[in-house]
Design a protein around this ligand. Structure first.
Ligand SMILES: [Cu+2]
Length: 153
């Protein structure tokens, strides 16, 4: 009886470890851009890795610091001007990593309730069709972090 019980316990522990070892969706390097003086908007960036064999979809993000959040991408229009376009979802293909970065895919924060300052942190909840809700805490970094983006204009 004791032997059976210990085998049972070992398998429970193993199953739990396997489950916890690799999450299907892993967020890394998240950060939000410090807001500029009189602008009540900002953007958040991160790497989203899908470790599962099925694609997943990021369809919503919310944060206490912003009244409205949209998923955006930057596209170059016919006149060669960069424009932001809202997307209703961002697909994360199976076994791939999607990178949200300046001039590319990003999470746009509107109606921010107080300035986002370099060195502080914000929390955000990301909603995925399969992985569900994932909470992320991200540092705020100043615009200087992305200086090269602005020098190219
Ligand atoms: Cu945007």
């Amino acid at each position: 009886m004791l032997k059976k019980l210990s085998i049972f316990l070992i398998s429970v522990v193993l199953a739990h470890n396997v489950y916890a070892a690799v999450d299907d969706i892993v967020i890394s390097k998240p950060w939000a851009r410090a807001s500029i003086a009189d602008k009540n908007m900002s953007a958040a960036y991160m790497n989203i890795k899908n470790n599962s064999s099925e694609s997943d979809v990021l369809y919503k993000a919310i944060s206490e610091v912003a009244g409205k959040i949209e998923l955006h991408k930057v596209v170059i229009n016919d006149n060669g001007v960069a424009q932001m376009v809202e997307m209703n979802k961002i697909v994360i293909p199976a076994m791939q990593e999607v990178i949200l970065k300046p001039k590319g895919l990003h999470i746009m924060l509107f109606e921010i309730k107080k300035p986002l300052r370099d060195g502080e942190e914000i929390k955000m909840e990301l909603y995925f069709e399969k992985a569900g809700k994932i909470s992320v805490t991200m540092p705020i970094k100043s615009i200087a972090h992305t200086a090269d983006e602005h020098h190219k204009h």
